[in-house]
Write a protein that binds this ligand. Structure first.
Ligand code: F6P
Length: 546
């Protein structure tokens, strides 16, 4: 019997069928609905009361997590078992932020001493760059840092560096990820090679986008600095042989182990640009926030456990209610890249069709994740959220306090808008009320009925809200770790491996084999072997082929 065919899953589906008509609003007839269906840790609140989850659904979901062996899986991850079975690797991003000296062992060796040493190396380097004691090849202070990386070697540090802009007092940080030459060309345009440091961040140090951009950046540095270019390079990687082949001095290489997945890597050397921007002390606060969430995740009971509850809203919405995407809507401009960051975290982790044993999954797995900051999204795609034929569970994020103490009017409007959206999604507007509005606007008869259709909202659209005191390094650490663990819990319930990413390989292989057809070096047979569409597009996009 597969996981979703258990009696518990069937009971949960039956319960949904029996309660689907209960309106979200009427659930608040129970006066303690908000207190009972929200949870808080260290000032971070998760409100899941505006969903159709009730006590029965939660008890069944709790049984589902127990049947999936969640408690054991959590212990296995934190203690360094090789739970990434297809790559035969432990999953220990949590060790990068561990605040304990209790050994964490992989293959019998404690990993903490090396982690602490690397953190120390990062701090010395970052602080020396910031105070100017590490200088450029021409003796100047570094004013700018370019991080070249993609996926996990870009999204995390780029997102977090933007999120923590109020704490920036170091060199300016720029991020180049796209293979499209436009990205590096536009970034280099405003910069001076004499005062710019380039960090090449790649776990494998083979990723074609990163290596192509790295070579271009090296050429740009050399054109001005000649052999002095090497003083302007640093690398973040697990592959020291490859970084030294690229000409990067060993003391400028910040290493990490293969048990840190790319999309989970910003807590270690991949976070170097964040540390350079905000300083070592703030970076430690960032790690502390994540460590606090780790402790909470390991110890809080089911109903009070934020990552588990956030995961339960996901399982409920995607497997039981049949909603196929989730919108991430930060009412916090500095979290503008958070949805993109979560797309990799969530979709690369749980976008799988097979179970741990390789057999096809009998149920849906990871949803489509998308989003934009509010309020901009309100003026773009919220129309579909409110009146489209699909229900999209929304996840709002909002701070109680902004960094701009002199712009409280902005923040008050921001909070009102955020709360108004979750309220509007829940309440909707009944036909009767829509008719009254149409009548007020002068419509009568058939025209009034037609207009009432356009003005009606079904409502009953679920959302959750994460509310935090202020977007500090600690809070950002909490938020990211919360989502990491949410993705993990969902993966455990779905019975899949959240830590590999075989689905990205095929496209990479085909891109390599297509290059000779694009640059014209391939034989005619290779061209003939391609499908008609690819051939047609090749002749449109390249010079004429044989
Ligand atoms: O192609 C996907 C991926 O492997 C991601 O998992 C990873 O974060 C990204 O590419 C970059 O990889 P690397 O850090 O090895 O350059």
């Amino acid at each position: 019997m597969t996981q979703t065919q258990t009696q518990t899953w069937q009971l949960l589906a039956q319960h949904r069928a029996q309660t689907a008509d209960v309106s979200l609003l009427s659930r608040f007839d129970a006066p303690d609905r908000f207190q009972a269906f929200s949870a808080e840790t260290d000032g971070l609140l998760l409100d899941y009361s505006k969903t159709a989850l009730d006590t029965t659904a939660l008890s069944l979901l709790e049984r589902i997590t127990a049947e999936a062996g969640l408690a054991d899986r959590i212990s296995q991850m934190f203690r360094g078992d090789k739970i990434n079975t297809t790559e035969d690797r432990a999953v220990l991003h949590t060790a990068l932020r561990a605040q304990t000296d209790e050994p964490i062992k992989v293959d019998g060796d404690d990993v903490l001493p090396a982690i602490r040493q690397t953190l120390q190396q990062m701090e010395s380097f970052a602080e020396a760059l910031r105070d100017g004691s590490i200088r450029s090849g021409t003796g100047a202070k570094f004013t700018d840092v370019i991080n070249i990386g993609i996926g996990g070697s870009d999204l995390g540090p780029a997102m977090a560096t933007l999120a923590l802009a109020p704490y920036h007092d170091g060199p300016r940080c720029h991020f180049v990820s796209n293979l499209d030459g436009a990205h590096i060309a536009d970034t280099l345009k405003g910069l001076d090679p004499q005062t710019t440091l380039v960090i090449i961040a790649s776990k494998t140090f083979t990723t074609i986008e990163t290596m192509t951009n790295a070579r271009t950046a090296l050429g740009w540095l050399r054109a001005t600095l000649g052999d002095g270019a090497s003083a302007h390079l640093a690398a973040v990687s697990t592959a020291r042989d490859k970084t030294s082949a690229f000409g990067i001095a060993p003391e400028r290489v910040f290493g990490f182990a293969d048990w840190v997945g790319g999309r989970y890597s910003l807590w270690g050397p991949v976070g170097l640009p964040i540390m350079i921007a905000i300083g070592a002390e703030n970076f430690r606060q960032f790690l502390s926030g994540a460590a606090a969430m780790d402790r909470h995740f390991r110890t809080a009971p089911f109903r009070e456990n934020l990552p588990v509850m956030l995961a339960m809203t996901g399982v409920w919405h995607h497997n039981i209610c049949g909603y196929d995407s989730r919108a991430i809507l930060p009412y916090d401009q500095r979290l503008a890249r958070f949805p993109a960051y979560l797309q990799q975290l969530d979709m690369e982790s749980n976008g799988k069709s097979v179970a741990l044993d390789g057999s096809p999954l009998p149920h849906d797995s990871g949803p489509i994740v998308w989003g934009e900051p509010g309020t901009n999204g309100q003026h773009a795609f919220y129309q579909l959220l409110h009146q489209g034929t699909r229900v999209v569970p929304a996840e709002f994020l909002i701070a109680a306090e902004a960094h701009e103490g002199d712009l409280t009017d902005h923040h008050q409007l921001l909070v009102s808008n955020c709360l108004a959206q979750s309220e509007a999604l829940m309440l909707g507007r009944a036909r009767k009320e829509a008719r009254a509005i149409a009548a007020k606007r002068g419509f009568t008869g058939d025209a009034l009925e037609q207009m009432a259709g356009h003005l009606s909202f079904t409502g009953n659209r679920p959302s959750v809200t994460l509310a935090y005191p202020k977007l500090t390094p600690f809070v950002l650490g909490q938020l990211i770790a919360l989502y990491e663990h949410r993705v993990f819990v969902e993966g455990v319930v779905w019975g899949l491996n959240s830590f590999d990413q075989w689905g990205v390989e095929l496209g990479k292989e085909l891109a390599v084999s297509l290059l000779p057809l694009v640059d014209g070096s391939a034989q005619a047979e290779a061209y003939e072997a391609k499908d008609g569409s690819t051939r047609g597009l090749l002749s449109k996009l390249t010079h004429p082929h044989p």
